[in-house]
Design a binder for this molecule. Sequence first.
Ligand SMILES: C[S@@+](CC[C@H](N)C(=O)[O-])C[C@H]1O[C@@H](n2cnc3c(N)ncnc32)[C@H](O)[C@@H]1O
Length: 394
Amino acid sequence: MRFSFAGPEKRLTSDGEKESGHQRVLPGISHHVCPTLTRSCFFTFCALEMSKAGALDLASGLGGKIEKDDVLSAVDKYEKYHASFGGLDEERKANYTDMVNKYYDLATSFYEYGWGESFHFAPRWKGESLRESIKRHEHFLALQLGLKPGQKVLDVGCGIGGPLREIARFSSTSVTGLNNNEYQITRGKTLNRVAGVEQTCSFEKADFMKMPFPENSFDAVYAIEATCHAPDAVGCYKEIYRVLKPGQSFAAYEWCMTDAFDPNNRDHLKIKAEIELGDGLPDIRSTRQCLAALKEAGFEVIWEKDLAKDSPLPWYLPLDTSHFSLNSFRLTAIGRFFTKNMVMALEYVGLAPKGSQRVQSFLEKAAEGLVAGGKKEIFTPLYFFLARKPQIES
Ligand SMILES: C[S@@+](CC[C@H](N)C(=O)[O-])C[C@H]1O[C@@H](n2cnc3c(N)ncnc32)[C@H](O)[C@@H]1O
């Protein structure tokens, strides 16, 4: 999973004041729970001291729109979709809405606590912080799309809108975020208000397989690590093609298996299954399948590249337990140990719903799978392409 030390910053309002979300949900709680402190609660307090708002917001957001009493059974149902629990990819594809929404209801709070407002990886230069690399990766898309002030842009699978706010401000465009997860949209709207971008940034709750926009609506479309959730890439790209104006561009970062992936290698298959379970994916397509799907949908591919290939620092570095960084402390082995104990304690004292530790552990599996997939170069989250809808449809 994606842990960083971004939690405290994200809760600052544009005036630099802290949001008081934890007071809203947890009035006077700490005094009542002190007598029941266990050893793991000690670790919890260490972590809370480091990031009070982050930790308590993590607890209050856990489960997203799922009723707190239903979180445990949602975790059960979610896990059963996946290979290590006997699930089949056909079932995941047929039930993608339920599977992906359960995943994001369960995982969003962890994402935000760990990774900040943008839920994606990035290639990284030496001397560049994780946060800087994430923003640069967003700016790169804006540059490739050639965004101009006043244009109408669509962000497909926008999360809580970190990239959308950044790209709108960077390029002076209006960006609509399409997302099928209600909890993330609610959170995104709050963050838009905090950032003061409600005039140019908006959200639409819908499935990217059936978009609620007329054809030829947008001057540009992008997707960041989102269309990997689609049960069918051609169907998804065709929808993007339909809503894009002729002659305009679509750019994306896709999660893919590379040419080094061997479907007959059990170790490779195990890594792929860990990533699918830990990241809510029906199946991970190869770079070649994505490219073929783009062409089948009608796009002209301008250029494409796995950006992981020449990244000076590997994209998975923040998740690698052998790496230590004070700037991204929560990602380190020790930081993850704190988080694990903190979640255990929060669940024990009833501040986090039952099932929270199970979510934390499948996200931990995801981190292991991602690092192993990255090290073996069989998986990349950085498959970039720029494609154009022809001016005159052939
Ligand atoms: C890994 S997150 C990336 C979010 C965002 N692009 C970012 O980089 O911060 C994937 C996003 O895709 C959204 N998503 C997945 N399936 C979707 C679907 N069928 N329709 C619309 N959004 C979807 C999820 O809800 C989530 O917001």
